[in-house]
Write a protein that binds this ligand. Sequence first.
Ligand code: AR6
Length: 172
Amino acid sequence: MSIPRITLLRGDITQQAVDAIVNAANSSLLGGGGVDGAIHRAGGPQILDACRALRASHYGRGLPTGEAVAATAGRLPAHWVIHTVGPVYSQHEDRSALLAACHTNSLHVADTLSAKTVAFPAISTGIFGWPLADAARIAIATVHATVTDVEEVRFVLFDANAYEIFKHAAQQ
Ligand code: AR6
């Protein structure tokens, strides 16, 4: 167990041939827009079937914000999808601990899978409205402080702006 190496890549997380990719899901686990929609589209219907099974078993009321759960990656090149639910950004309430928890809990789930390489999107920075620089700071600091058997955490940023912001945060 040690601190994982952080790498940054501009690209599409659905194309990553890693042990596990993390999905910025919502509590329903039943799909949505953004990276969640892209993962379901690229991975095929097995992903939704697995999420429905989770709703029918342990997560009858949905996956709480900040928690993480693994399921099949369907036909994606990754072996697993770890679904986590980021917090909706609020100007009135500090929800940073929940955003950090998405990262630590996803890495703990990755350990249960013996995953060595894990790709994360910029959780909460799209539809959930979290300012990119702040989300990047929290994501990188949290991974830097997490002891895990995961060897590489790859942040996969969809556009040039997000990539530059994460690069800047990683250099701090
Ligand atoms: N690969 C990597 N990053 C991506 C991709 C992709 N294929 N597509 C989008 N992004 P969002 P959230 C980036 O909105 O803010 C869904 O409806 C995107 O540019 O996907 O956590 C869920 O079901 C942004 O930087 O997730 C929830 O309801 C980042 O992924 C809600 O959105 C996250 O944006 C979650 O919102």
